[in-house]
Each structure stands twice: as C-alpha cells, then as structure tokens.
Write a protein that binds this ligand. Structure first.
Ligand code: SAM
Length: 482
C-alpha cells in the first residue's frame, strides 16, 4: 500500500525510517478522510462488510469506523469485535503479572514517576530478591511474567536484565515455574535484542507512548528516550536481532486518541510490510495517577465509552493480534473490554519494585510504585471472576515453548485451530492452577467449567488425550501441552 500525495510519497510502510512509516501528513490526511466518510452510511457499511471477512482493515478504513458515531453502526462495530474475538481467540483469557526489577531511570518522561528528577524512592532488586519475588509470583499461580525496568545503563545495564531473566527461569519452587518472560525495557541496540532473544524472552514489549512526534518530544524532554526515531524504530531492531514476537502500545490519555489509533495501525502495517508479520500483541494502557503525576494535566483523556470503542476498532483492524489490558483498569472496564477483543490480562499486579514480597524492612508499597492500580483483587478472585463470566483462564505458554512464534503463531491463529490446540492447552493449565493454587470455591467452579469446555473440542482424539492428561494432572503430574 502506498498512498500518494499530489507531489510526493507521504506514507511508505516498508521504509526503515520512522517518519516514513508513521507519516504525520498521512495521519492528518486519514483523520480528514475519516471525518468526511463517517456519516456516509454506504461507505461505513462497505468497510463493515470488509471487516466481516475478518482479514483486517487498513488504518484509513479503521479510522472511519472509529470516527463514526451513529449508535446503530457503533453497536455493529461492538458486535463484530465480539464475533472476531470469538473466531480467533475463543473464550480463553491468558493471565500474566508484571515484575518490576528496578525503578532507576535517566529519562525525563513527564507522565512517569520514575523520571530522573523525581524524588521517588529508588530501588533495584538483587538476584536474591528476584528469586523471592519469583517464588511469591509462583505461589499465586503465575506462569508468565512481564519484566519491567527503567532505562539506566549504569544501574540497569543489559547484563543485569539478562542475569535477572536467568534467575527467574531458574527458580523451581514446589510445582511452580515461570515458563515465559516477556520483557518491557527501553529501546536498545540490535546486539542487545539478540542477547535478549538468546536469553529466551517471549515478547519484547515497548510502548510508543505517543505517535505524535511533536507531542512525543515534549513529553520526553530529556534522556535517551527523547529520540523519537530511535524509539519508533526499536521494533525493527528487535526483529533484526531475531525477536519475532513484539508488542506495541500507546499510553492513551497523553495525546489525541484518533491520531494514536492511526499511528498504531500504521506501525502494525509497517511490521507486516517490512518483516511479513504484524505485532504479536497490542497493549491498551491509559495514563493513571502516580507520584507527582496528574493524568488531568495531559490533553488526551478519554472516557470509558470511547476507550471501549477504540478497543473494538483495534480488534476489527488486526484480528490476529493479542490485546492486553492491565490492572491500570478496574473490574468493570476490564469486563467490557474482554468482550470486545482483549485476550490477555494481568492479575494481582504490584507496580512497585519488590512489591510481591512483604518485607518488614521495606517501606509501604507506594514508595517505589509506578502508578496506581485500579484492580486490586487477588489472582484467585480474578480467576473466579473470569470463570463466572464463562471465560477460560489460561496459563498456557505452549506456542512460545514449541517455537510457534512470529508468523508460525499467526498461521495457527489464522487457521482457527485454537479449539484443537490453544483451548485444550488452556484447560490443562487451568487444571494445574486449580490443583495447586485455587481456593475451594474457585476449584469447584473451575472443575465444572473444564467439564463443560471439554465438549467443545472438535476432534475426538484430542478430547480423549486431554481427558487423559487432566487425569494425570489430578494424580500429580504437571506441564502437559499440545
Ligand atoms: N522504561 C521502559 C521504556 O522506556 O519504555 C518501559 C518500562 S515502564 C516501567 C512501562 C510503561 O509504563 C511505560 O512504557 C509507560 O507507558 C507506562 N507508564 C508510565 N507512567 C505511567 C502512568 N502514570 N500511568 C500509566 N502507565 C504509565
């Protein structure tokens, strides 16, 4: 796809340059185009018809849907987002938790309490403390983590991150194990991405924060993160370093959401055009109150309703990409977004450094916390809630461990084989959770759900195999996967 302006190319998704693949002119043109078409019923219907094929939409088409405010059409968008999610992801919801290693940071991000000039208490976990945090997370039932750290090449060099990954993967406590560690650290070099890949990371996650270059430079006045092009081209370097699962995200609430939406989809189009595979995940964080940070001081605040519409339009535009919502959002927003396309959520998160281990010497959790979480429930409460809503909580990490990453995962997703593969894996990992960590009520509700969901596995042979594996898990064996 190449959109020609009268005199010069304004959008070049294959280009290696940030300003070509996230083209400011093309975004402005897209917003104008969306405003022109949003009230033309025939045009909106055409886009919805294309969206129903579940092969995705371009940033321009999806921007028209996002701009459309005809209540009947908005309801169609919501219904379609639900259908597409069911087709590709079914009713599984993957669980994870963040693990904050260090809040030392030399950047000046205006929305983040870890910025260089902040008077927040600084803390960096030792390897012994990381072991203790990992055990605390395993004792809740977590199998999948997202490692988080500020940017500071002296206090948090890549060697520290690599050593920490080793520590996390090495902890074997009771029946616990962390089987996949995603990493959310600052933009780095191809060589460092290669080292992260070699350390066995799952997804490399980096939020763009904002795609609006002028806004970006204002919000990141100092530090290495100030460099818009270096940050925006990070996923290209990650891919060149051999990481083929990358996770995009915008920090919604900073700048205008329609601009961000078009930029985010352009980024996805760029990865597809340049590397043949789109983003593995898209995260939907909204800026939250934090030490010295008032979300009201930024321009882009959006209501819960708009946030839901945004999620639905992303689901429709990129049907095969996982969508993540964290505990930044409370129960009711999370519940709404689960229906509209979210496939992964965090549970029982602490956003402070060392927050999972209560130590008598440590200060209160707020001391090192990155932002306020809205969903403060325990993991068991979150699991029970998902089961009651008829979702299958999943701790599955099978694709990553079987090497089904990048385009191989996308092929599985596109082939809609989830009912024969991901769904059974989800049921087996849920069974492990029930056996090892669940409270009595969650256990009973989970057992019932597994019995019911077993019947939805289409292939007899696979259903029988899963039954056998579930019995083996009941008898003490662990870690089955298809
Ligand atoms: N330091 C890394 C970087 O530079 O990208 C990433 C780690 S940071 C711990 C993870 C994310 O937290 C950031 O990318 C940002 O989007 C988000 N964040 C920072 N301040 C926040 C706030 N006040 N509310 C919500 N999310 C916030």
């Amino acid at each position: 796809m190449l959109i020609q302006a009268p005199e010069r190319v304004i959008y070049a998704p294959q280009s290696e340059k940030a300003e070509d693949f996230i083209s400011h002119e093309a975004i402005l043109d897209t917003l104008e185009y969306a405003d022109r078409l949003k009230d033309e019923r025939a045009a909106v219907d055409d886009i919805l018809a294309k969206a129903r094929e579940a092969k995705g939409l371009s940033h321009r088409e999806a921007s028209v849907l996002l701009a459309c405010d005809d209540p009947e059409k908005v309801q169609e968008i919501f219904d379609l987002a639900f259908d597409i999610k069911q087709q590709f992801y079914g009713n599984r919801i993957v669980l994870f938790a963040p693990l904050y290693l260090s809040n030392y940071c030399i950047n000046g991000c205006l929305y983040c309490p870890y910025h260089r000039g902040s008077d927040i208490a600084r803390k960096k976990l030792t390897q012994e403390e990381i072991r203790a945090e990992t055990i605390a997370l395993q004792d809740m039932g977590h199998k999948r983590l997202a490692v988080e750290a500020g940017e500071d090449s002296v206090n948090n060099p890549i060697e520290y991150i690599l050593e920490s990954l080793d520590t996390i993967y090495s902890v074997k406590h009771k029946n616990g194990a962390i089987r996949r560690v995603n990493v959310n650290i600052a933009a780095t070099t191809v060589e460092n991405y290669r080292r992260l890949r070699d350390a066995g990371i799952g997804t490399y996650i980096l939020f763009q924060e904002t795609y609006d270059k002028a806004g970006y430079e204002h919000l990141h006045p100092t530090g290495p993160k100030h460099d818009y092009a270096y940050h925006t081209e990070a996923m290209d370097r990650a891919m060149q370093g051999g990481i083929d699962d990358v996770g995009l995200g915008v920090l919604f609430g900073l700048e205008q959401y329609r601009y961000e939406f078009a930029g985010l989809l352009m980024h996805a189009e760029h990865l597809e055009a340049a590397f043949g595979v789109g983003p593995h995940t898209i995260s939907l964080p909204r800026v939250k109150p934090a030490h010295g940070v008032d979300p009201g001081s930024f321009d882009g605040g959006i209501s819960d309703e708009l946030f839901a519409k945004l999620a639905a339009c992303i689901r429709i535009a990129v049907p095969y990409t996982g969508m993540i919502i964290s505990t930044r959002e409370g129960k009711s927003v999370r519940e709404k977004l689960l229906r509209l396309g979210v496939s992964q959520i965090s549970g029982a998160s602490r956003t402070s450094v060392g927050g999972y281990v209560e130590s008598p010497e440590a200060g209160p959790e707020e001391d090192t916390r990155q932002f306020e979480v809205s969903d403060t429930r325990t993991l068991d409460e979150v699991i029970r809630w998902l089961i009651d809503l008829n979702y299958v909580p999943s701790f599955c990490t099978a694709c990553y461990r079987a090497g089904r990453t990048g385009d191989r995962f996308m092929e599985l997703c596109k082939s809609k084989q989830i009912l024969n593969c991901c769904h059974p894996n989800a049921l087996m990992t849920l069974k492990e959770y029930l056996m090892d960590y669940a409270g009595p009520e969650t256990y009973r509700a989970g057992e019932k759900l597994i019995e019911k969901e077993l019947e939805t596995i289409p292939k007899d042979k696979i259903r029988d195999l899963v039954r056998t594996n579930l019995a083996n898990i009941q008898n003490g064996q662990r870690d089955f996967r298809l």
